[in-house]
Design a protein around this ligand. Structure first.
Ligand SMILES: Nc1nc2c(c(=O)[nH]1)N[C@H]1C(S)=C(S)[C@@H](COP(=O)(O)OP(=O)(O)OC[C@H]3O[C@@H](n4cnc5c(=O)[nH]c(N)nc54)[C@H](O)[C@@H]3O)O[C@H]1N2
Ligand SMILES: Nc1nc2c(c(=O)[nH]1)N[C@H]1C(S)=C(S)[C@@H](COP(=O)(O)OP(=O)(O)OC[C@H]3O[C@@H](n4cnc5c(=O)[nH]c(N)nc54)[C@H](O)[C@@H]3O)O[C@H]1N2
Ligand SMILES: [Mo]
Length: 773
């Protein structure tokens, strides 16, 4: 394995021969990014007034990421990507029945994902007609009656109700209720492909499925450790908090295989002075290009350093009192880490001992430490252990349960966390699915067994046991792993129903009976019988906000997500006076009362607190050092391996040509929604069909810049997974890995290659071969 050992990347150097963005994150570049969508998207007249109110009390809450909305907002409380998301929704382009008349589904399949969505907003409910291979307009009532009739005829356990994390708490609560009243818990959600590693494992470690930090913590922390979260593209408003923290002396250390610009430097686009003199704030004091899946090794090394310092001067490094009183499993964890060899740590992390010692020194210099992470931790086979190690690191210094410290997963969709909180959850957990309460409030019988998560639903589609997919947003055909297999099996479903704002590829794989039901977006005015309605969502830091749309909807035929769910439920379920679908559609405040009654600890006085500036806090037990774990204490995790990668991946002497594939988001996309082809913050543009690889690895594998290659999965399970015509592009990455874009490369990740406890697909560490075409 020697050839891997001597190639370590330093914290500061960039390979000058590879692309890099010249500017800092934020600044003029981000304004240009917004303007490009504004100019090209036929933006509606309402768009600018929506942006002015975005993320402010009584305005609309951003449809992009889940970052917190401060009580005292900036003049423009939106970022480049939040503005893009709003402008993308507030387009004047429309996908009308006439559009579908002009294009067969087969013809649309040849369109690029970007073109499908940029065709505009869906305007009418449509039903697929197989004979013509076209979607044809239907009335809402016909659609509801037909779908309801078909669901009634099915075994409820063969239906799956998916939710992408967009829809508000009101629609989400009713969606979960509909599923359970109908007879299943098959409620997979986008977080099954995302932070499920967090929901399942953090709960085991500290008794909460979500992060412990609030915005206030970022004003009091002394050090922040960043693992695998790309703030500049995916939660850019967070950069303001980071800049403020750095300005007050907080030290930031980042571990990421890619030198992500947002974590290197930032120019505040709201600060005219900084914009003019263009002096960027350096965000990370140290930036380490860890090997994919190398985080367990990194943290093991840091903990070794902590032990070494503590051994020299007892009582100076570890918070013994905290460990004694609040935790369990310390001795076993400590013994396992002490037994680890530095040579193994260096091999798996791809970093030198000195680099890891530097990071540990920052930890030891700080009183209050926050650990931040994203998909770089969660989307790995041993993501549970990477997370366990991060929790270990924090617990050693007592960095939980006090101001300025804690763990902070950065969540994805704007309401992904909230949907879970109000019951969109396939696992029966008393906190999210209070069975007896639901049964007594609504006169229903809740099925007792766990339902299907996203991977289990996909397995059911492949083996034929799932017959119907109802999709509240999302684009699973593109977002799931094993693209070809999923896409080929999907049309064998008896029923597919897509509740969506825009056309996407999943709609072009209709089941035997298929509907597209167009819904209002969050920026649209939502007027019901009871007058204008607000919806609500929960952010990454557990705060809940009301959101009011103000744009004229693109069509008078659109219905809200609440109205669509109620329409479907009414047509499916038997009469039940306790299920008041029409009254709930008329007044969303009544749904909020139901949420208050179901979850009184978190949602007391929900309606009264809806527009509280900065949102209202639902609370977090671990923050109060109330550990709702099996032992009643915070749990140290024993590391049994140093790599987060699966057995088939990772550095191997036998198969040096095997590489680890990391799938990335560009700065010009929101998940499967492709806004454009400019990954500005990485200095890449033009094509998304690229394979990024460092120059030494290119030479080693005999590849030339611009050469076309195929990528082939190196998991040998009898299924061939291959993508072709991807262009080799030199890029500053650690050795042994290649990177490219999600969703283009999803066909290379086997469905079975996922995090061990939660089945979160391991999109950041699939083994592949690169072959010349
Ligand atoms: N504009 C925009 N905003 C978004 C989204 C979007 O697509 N566009 N998506 C939303 C959603 S649903 C989500 S979940 C979040 C996703 O936001 P993130 O959590 O930031 O997810 P990714 O962009 O997939 O990748 C995160 C980072 O992990 C790094 N990485 C990969 N492998 C490893 C590893 O093994 N170790 C470490 N330490 N790092 C690694 C990658 O280089 C990348 O910088 O963003 C949300 N916000
Ligand atoms: N290779 C790889 N694959 C990944 C990932 C990765 O990092 N790498 N990340 C994973 C992650 S973190 C996630 S969260 C999933 C995302 O997976 P999904 O949730 O399935 O995908 P999205 O792209 O967010 O869904 C986009 C569609 O949602 C619809 N939509 C937009 N706004 C609304 C709305 O307000 N209401 C409704 N009803 N519909 C709306 C539009 O029709 C749009 O086309 O993908 C996962 N897949
Ligand atoms: Mo996500």
């Amino acid at each position: 394995m020697a050839e891997y050992e001597d190639q370590k990347h330093s914290s500061t150097e960039h390979d000058a021969d590879t692309p890099e963005y010249g500017g800092a994150t934020g600044g003029w570049g981000s304004l240009k990014g917004i303007l490009s969508i504004y100019k090209n998207g036929d933006t509606s007249a309402d768009a600018l007034s929506i942006l002015a109110k975005q993320n402010k009390a009584h305005g609309v809450m951003c449809t992009s990421c889940a970052w917190a909305k401060p009580a005292e907002p900036h003049v423009f409380e939106f970022c480049e990507n939040g503005a893009k998301a709003t402008l993308w929704e507030a387009t004047t382009r429309k996908v009308t029945p006439d559009f579908f008349n002009q294009h067969t589904v087969s013809a649309l399949r040849n369109w690029h994902d970007h073109d499908l969505e940029s065709a505009g907003r869906l305007t009418d409910p449509m039903r697929y007609d197989a004979a013509q291979d076209r979607y044809i307009a239907v009335s809402w009532q016909e659609a509801f009656d037909d779908i309801g009739g078909r669901l009634k005829a099915l075994d409820p356990k063969s239906a799956v109700f998916y939710a992408s994390g967009h829809a508000g708490l009101e629609a989400s609560f009713l969606y979960g209720l509909f599923a359970r009243a109908y007879g299943h818990n098959n409620l997979p959600q986008s977080s099954n492909m995302c932070h499920e590693t967090t929901s399942v494992n953090l709960k085991t470690f500290i008794g909460t499925p979500v992060g412990t930090c609030t915005l206030e913590d970022f004003d009091h922390c002394d050090a922040i450790f960043f693992f695998g979260q790309n703030t500049g593209s995916n939660s850019p408003r967070f950069l303001h908090n980071l800049k403020a923290a750095v300005d007050r002396g907080c030290r930031i250390v980042t571990f990421n295989p890619v030198r992500e610009k947002g974590l290197l430097e930032f120019v505040d686009p709201q600060n005219p002075l900084q914009m003019t003199v263009a002096k960027a704030t350096a965000i990370s004091e140290h930036y380490f290009q860890v090997r994919p899946g190398g985080d367990i090794a990194v943290i093991a090394g840091m903990i070794k350093c902590l032990f070494a310092a503590e051994d020299k001067a007892l009582g100076t490094v570890l918070d013994r009192q905290f460990i004694e009183n609040q935790t369990t499993g310390y001795e076993e964890m400590a013994a396992a880490v002490r037994a680890m060899e530095w040579s193994d740590i260096e091999l798996h992390s791809g970093l030198s001992r000195e680099m890891i010692e530097t990071a540990a020194e920052v930890y030891m210099s700080a009183r209050n430490v926050i650990g931040i992470y994203g998909m770089g931790i969660t989307q790995h086979v041993n993501g549970w252990l990477s997370l366990g190690m991060l929790v270990n690191l924090l617990l050693l210094g007592g960095n939980m349960g006090r101001l300025g410290a804690g763990i902070s997963p950065v969540r994805g969709h704007s309401n992904v966390q909230g949907q879970r909180t109000v019951g969109i959850c396939e696992r029966i957990e008393s906190e999210t699915v209070p069975i007896e309460k639901l049964e007594s409030l609504f006169g229903i019988t809740v099925p007792r067994e766990n339902g299907r998560n996203a991977v289990h639903a996909a397995e059911g589609i492949l083996d034929g046991s799932v017959k119907a997919m109802i999709m509240l947003g999302g684009n699973l055909v593109r977002a799931l792993p094993d693209r070809e297999r999923i896409e080929n099996a999907w049309p064998s479903l008896d029923l597919t129903v897509y509740v969506a704002t825009k056309l996407n590829r999943s709609h072009l794989t209709p089941g035997k009976v298929s509907y597209i039901l167009p819904c209002l977006g969050r920026t649209d005015k939502d007027i019901q019988e009871g007058g204008p309605q607000a919806v609500s969502m929960e952010d990454s830091l557990s705060h809940i906000y009301g959101s009011v749309g103000s744009a004229e909807p693109p069509s008078r035929h659109l219905r809200s997500e609440v109205a669509i769910i109620c329409g479907l439920a009414k047509a499916t379920l038997p009469e039940n006076p306790q299920l008041r679908w029409d009254a709930w559609t008329a007044h969303y405040s009544e749904i909020r009362d139901l949420i208050s009654n179901t979850y009184p600890d978190k949602f007391a006085d929900f309606n009264e607190r809806l527009f509280q500036p900065g949102g209202f806090y639902k609370g977090n037990s671990a923050r109060e050092m109330d550990w709702k774990t099996e032992s009643g204490k915070a749990q140290f995790t024993v590391p049994m391996t140093l790599s987060a990668l699966g057995e088939d991946a990772g550095p191997s002497e036998m198969q040096r040509e095997k590489m680890t594939l990391v799938t990335l988001r560009s700065n010009d996309q929101f998940n499967t929604t492709i806004y454009g082809f400019e990954d500005r913050l990485r200095g890449l543009q033009g094509s998304r069909e690229v394979v990024l690889i460092n120059r030494e690895e290119m030479a080693r594998l005999g590849l030339a810049e611009g050469q076309k290659v195929s990528l082939i999965s190196a998991i040998h399970d009898g299924i061939t997974r291959k993508v072709s015509d991807f262009v080799v592009t030199a890029f500053d990455l650690p050795d042994g890995c290649v990177a490219g874009y999600y969703p283009e490369l999803n066909g290379l990740v086997p469905l079975s290659y996922h995090e061990k406890n939660s089945q979160t697909p391991a999109y950041k560490g699939a083994p592949v071969y690169v072959c010349a075409d």
